[in-house]
Design a protein around this ligand. Structure first.
Ligand SMILES: [Zn+2]
Length: 600
């Protein structure tokens, strides 16, 4: 008894059995039943996706004794002959080995004769792109004026190699690459029919190795069934395929995230001993990190990267506490190292070194995290000081104010860190003591519209996380002062946000509405407009006025056109940027150095 390989044994004999090509089978089925089937059909697509299978079924549809029909009987003489591959009127020609002009001429002569016993003579030419130019020319002749009893079904993996003259005379259908889930589902149903026990992980490894081809998947499955005994586990599959189990990839990525060099080297060692090709391993690792990034940024990795469902869950778990920026950094490094490994005479060593280098990079922080960190740090520092645990130098509001008049950054920093909480702790009526010290800057601001002095004033003002009495919306306080109080509330926990409003003022207050106009650069405008920050602002206003108010921001972009601005202006802007409290804190916090300033 001869053994039929799975791919042949379970070759689809009806359109509905074809995996994942419904768009083609439906169109062709309709064309057959409505009598509008073109005389030349071109099926293109990757290998093993069902092109010749569809062509054969289509031949049955056309020549079935019950037809033309979209559901051939598979019982009549014609159907049975096509299934067995020796139908008198269906010619399967391999384009690769019959690519000469004489082969096509012969075909052309033969095509003029009527079919033996079927309605149509059908020529299925596989890998049609392999025909020579003269062969294509000869074929063109018959495609231009085909006999009524002839149909051509072409299959190709490279439609781009087919001359346009031929393409334009064919109805083209593109077969999809089969996704991993469909391949797994197909293999699972075959395994049930064949009574083979094989784990889901194992099927995933096979499906991945098949790379979108059902035929390859079934060939590999055959290989494994014949090589292994009993219940087939992942280890046996990996042994047989010599491939890479997904678990190892997760171990490597886990090692990178944990900073565990030993774990990575052990995994590479194990794979190397198993015969894993190092370059292939590296490519797989690259693809794996790319998938991790897709998962992290919320993409559908299953459709984007052929990842099975359980694997996607594992990926989500693994990147839960890892930032997308860091994964991006790793990917960058992997891409940089790729060439080194390709060119290395010791690829294993090169792969190990690549990972050691990757572990040396420190995760970069996103801008949001950075701002958050600075705010938290400032807050905790201020709290420490106000609790009296730290010696505080004698910095009185007056001193701060006079300092802030001189130079912006100096004023901002000590200000923001130290004195206000001390004031709160020591003075029973903080608002009174505040009033005078904060009012002058605001009035000053109205007068001078200059950068340094003006920016420092409100910034200095916002520093103080002072408790204020909550006035009603119908407060008698001047508008400017109300706004300063609101900014004080914001600066309590969100100094960076308060700093965005350095050049802002409240332009209108109604019973339901606040209107704030502020001049800022694009970064500050964007930052202030973030959903979170808008909520913080609204909450602070509600807090201050004691009722829900709608806040509308009217930002005005500072004139920062770097190209047109003269040198002096550019210099001033750069100085502004350097003096920005956020930048200064960042420099301090990370012991950093400003390398470049870009004017946006
Ligand atoms: Zn039939």
């Amino acid at each position: 008894m001869s053994y039929l390989v799975l791919a042949r044994k379970y070759r689809p004999q009806r359109f509905e059995d074809v995996v994942r090509q419904e768009h083609i089978t439906r169109a062709l089925g309709n064309a057959v039943t409505s009598g509008r089937l073109a005389h030349a059909i071109l099926l293109s697509g990757p290998r093993g996706t069902g092109k010749t299978t569809i062509a054969r079924i289509l031949a049955k549809c056309v020549n079935c004794e019950t037809g033309p029909t979209a559901t051939p009987c598979n019982k009549c003489r014609s159907c049975r002959e096509i299934t067995k591959g020796h139908a008198a009127d269906v010619f399967e020609i391999d384009g690769a080995s019959n690519n000469k002009v004489d082969n096509v001429r012969e075909l052309r002569d033969n095509a003029n004769y009527m079919p033996a016993h079927s309605p149509y003579k059908i020529y299925i030419i596989d890998e049609v792109h392999m025909l020579s130019d003269s062969a294509f020319n000869a074929l063109l002749k018959i495609l231009e004026e085909p006999p009524a009893h002839v149909k051509f079904f072409f299959a190709t993996t490279e439609p781009n190699k087919i001359p346009i003259t031929i393409l334009s005379r064919c109805q083209r259908h593109d077969c999809r690459r089969i996704d991993i889930d469909a391949i797994i589902a197909h293999m699972t149903s075959l395994c049930q029919k064949e009574n083979i026990q094989i784990s889901a992980d194992g099927l995933t490894v096979i499906a991945r190795e098949a790379d979108g081809s059902i035929r390859d998947a079934l060939s590999l499955l055959d290989l494994i069934i014949t090589s292994a005994t009993g219940d087939i586990g992942i280890d046996q599959i990996v042994d047989v395929l010599g491939g890479l189990d997904r678990q190892s990839l997760f171990e490597i990525s886990g090692g990178v995230f944990e900073g565990n060099t030993g774990k990575i080297i052990d995994t590479i060692d194990r794979l190397y001993e198993r015969g894993q090709h190092m370059m292939k391993l590296f490519s797989e690792v690259l693809a794996h990190f790319r998938n991790l990034l897709v998962v992290k940024i919320g993409g559908n990795a299953r459709t984007l990267a052929d990842v099975s469902e359980y694997e996607q869950k594992a990926m989500q778990e693994q990147v839960k506490n890892v930032s997308a920026t860091y994964i991006n950094q790793i990917l960058d490094m992997l891409f940089k190292e790729e060439n080194n490994i390709k060119q290395s005479t010791q690829p294993k060593l090169a792969v190990e070194i690549a990972f050691i280098r990757i572990l040396q990079i420190r995760p970069a922080l996103s801008m949001d995290t950075l701002i958050e960190k600075i705010d938290t740090l400032q807050k905790s520092f201020a709290e420490t000081i106000s609790s009296g645990n730290v010696f505080t130098p004698d910095i009185r509001p007056d001193a701060i104010y006079s300092k802030s008049q001189k130079k912006t950054p100096d004023a901002i920093e000590p200000d923001s860190m130290n004195p206000p909480p001390v004031e709160v702790a020591s003075t029973p009526a903080p608002e009174e003591s505040n009033g005078p010290s904060y009012l002058p800057p605001s009035s000053d601001k109205n007068k001078t519209d200059d950068s340094g002095v003006k920016e420092s004033d409100p910034a200095g003002t916002f520093k103080a996380p002072l408790k204020t009495d909550q006035p009603s919306p119908e407060t008698n306080e001047p508008i400017a002062d109300s706004w300063h109080q609101i900014l004080k509330i914001i600066s309590g926990n969100h100094q960076a946000l308060a700093a965005c409003f350095a050049k802002s003022k409240l332009t209108n207050i109604t019973n339901t509405h606040l209107e704030v106009s502020f001049k800022a650069n694009q970064f500050n405008i964007n930052y202030a407009n973030r959903k979170n920050n808008r909520s913080i602002l609204t909450a602070a206003c509600c807090d201050y006025f004691g009722k829900e108010l709608k806040v509308s921001l009217k930002p005005e972009l500072l004139n920062t056109n770097g190209h047109k601005a003269n040198k002096k202006e550019k210099k001033r802007l750069e100085q502004d940027a350097l003096n920005h409290p956020l930048v200064e804190e960042a420099i301090k916090l990370f012991k950093a150095k400003v390398v470049d300033i870009k004017i946006l």
